[in-house]
Ligand binder design. Structure first.
Ligand SMILES: NC(=O)c1ccc[n+]([C@@H]2O[C@H](COP(=O)([O-])OP(=O)(O)OC[C@H]3O[C@@H](n4cnc5c(N)ncnc54)[C@H](O)[C@@H]3O)[C@@H](O)[C@H]2O)c1
Length: 334
């Protein structure tokens, strides 16, 4: 039986990925600081620890180690740039280093398309230059470069440069493009589009989990960097599609407020390499993501819960205010 250690596995993506790994009879342990609580199924072993407190001895039992931790968006990174560089650049490097020393066979790193920064509306593949100048993008690139240079014939390293994920997770986030639009579309009957011309690769959470499964199960000789997305859209088109899907399913009218605010991220990516090398074929799109949100809406209708917003939770944690998750457990305090 393959044994996997997932750092940051209690987060938004891990909480969808892990039940799918258990279905495939993998043995999964999670090391996490549980900033947003624990919504993982019972058979998962949990280690409540900072990655920096692990040693190579702790990793000897695992075949693969997956990094899903860190500060996972721009607002968190800008709120605490110093913590961002420690958690997003140094932590994945340290974890890959001890994993390799422990004899782990594969390391999978949660990279991000945000490392492409502001591009000129061309389709970017993995060979194109990366040029992010903001803390989150720089740190994700530093993490990717550090782990990539550790790869060799006995240590496979796969980095998945993901587009913005959306859809329902038991550890819910409402601060991700489609989830944010969905929240205001249902709650306030309107959607604000900050800049309709900006391009973004969109990734359904189910496709994101599938990409990790393809990476885990890829031939041991495969290493590399892969763009992962369900499709490329302008933010204006995403807004239209969310509006139409909500109106069609919920029978309400939703209005659009179009603004033209400058954005520092604009990119669309080719995910052909992931199709050719990993057999990753996405099945999600904006409509299926909205339908998935509607199907699960009763579970996150407390729209203003700070746990659904990474920056709100993080700000409170940093200022020492205790945060209670839905089960009433204290999940974070400085
Ligand atoms: N969500 C997206 O749209 C997206 C897109 C591209 C890349 N990514 C990357 O994918 C990963 C997962 O994203 P997510 O949305 O699930 O994030 P998340 O914020 O929901 O979860 C991150 C988890 O990591 C844990 N954590 C953070 N630092 C830790 C540390 N030092 N030691 C132990 N645990 C720690 C937190 O407690 C949390 O449970 C992140 O690395 C993120 O940068 C996410």
């Amino acid at each position: 039986m393959m044994r996997l250690l997932i750092a940051g596995g209690a987060g938004y993506l891990g909480s969808v990925l892990i039940p799918r790994l258990l279905e495939r009879a993998y043995k999964v342990d999670v090391v996490d600081l549980f900033w947003f609580g624990n919504h993982l199924p019972r058979p998962v072993g949990t280690i409540n620890k900072d990655i920096f407190h692990l040693t190579a001895d702790d990793l000897e039992a695992y075949d693969q180690v997956i990094f899903l931790a860190g500060l996972s968006n721009d607002p968190m990174a800008e709120f605490s740039p110093s913590k961002n560089f420690v958690f997003n650049a140094a932590a994945p490097a340290y974890l890959a280093y001890i994993a390799k020393n422990a004899g782990v066979k594969r390391y999978i790193y949660a990279s991000s398309c945000s490392i492409y920064g502001y591009t000129e509306n061309e389709l970017y593949d993995e060979t194109r230059p990366v040029a992010s100048s903001y803390p989150y993008g720089i740190s994700k690139l530093q993490g990717e470069q550090a782990v990539t240079q550790l790869q060799d014939q006995d240590f496979s390293v796969i980095s998945l440069r993901k587009g913005t994920i959306s859809g329902y997770s038991p550890r819910m986030r409402l601060d991700l493009i489609i989830n944010t639009m969905f929240r205001t579309a249902v709650r306030d009957h309107d959607i604000t589009i900050n800049n309709p011309s900006i391009w973004r690769p969109i990734l359904s959470i189910d496709d994101a989990a599938t990409a990790y499964i393809r990476a885990i199960e890829a031939n041991p000789k495969i290493s590399g960097v892969f763009n992962i997305a369900s499709g490329n859209y302008t933010v204006g088109e995403v807004g239209d599609l969310v509006k139409n899907a909500v109106e069609a399913r919920l029978g309400t009218r939703v209005s659009l407020a179009i603004k033209h605010i400058q954005d520092f991220r604009n990119y669309k990516v080719s995910f052909e390499k992931a199709a050719n090398v990993l057999s990753f074929h996405p099945t999600g799109d904006v409509r299926s993501i909205v339908n998935n949100l509607i199907d699960n809406m009763e579970k996150f209708k407390d729209w203003d819960n700070p746990l659904y917003s990474n920056i709100q939770t993080f700000r409170k944690m940093e200022s020492g205010i205790e945060i209670h998750n839905l089960m009433g457990t204290v999940v974070g305090a400085a």
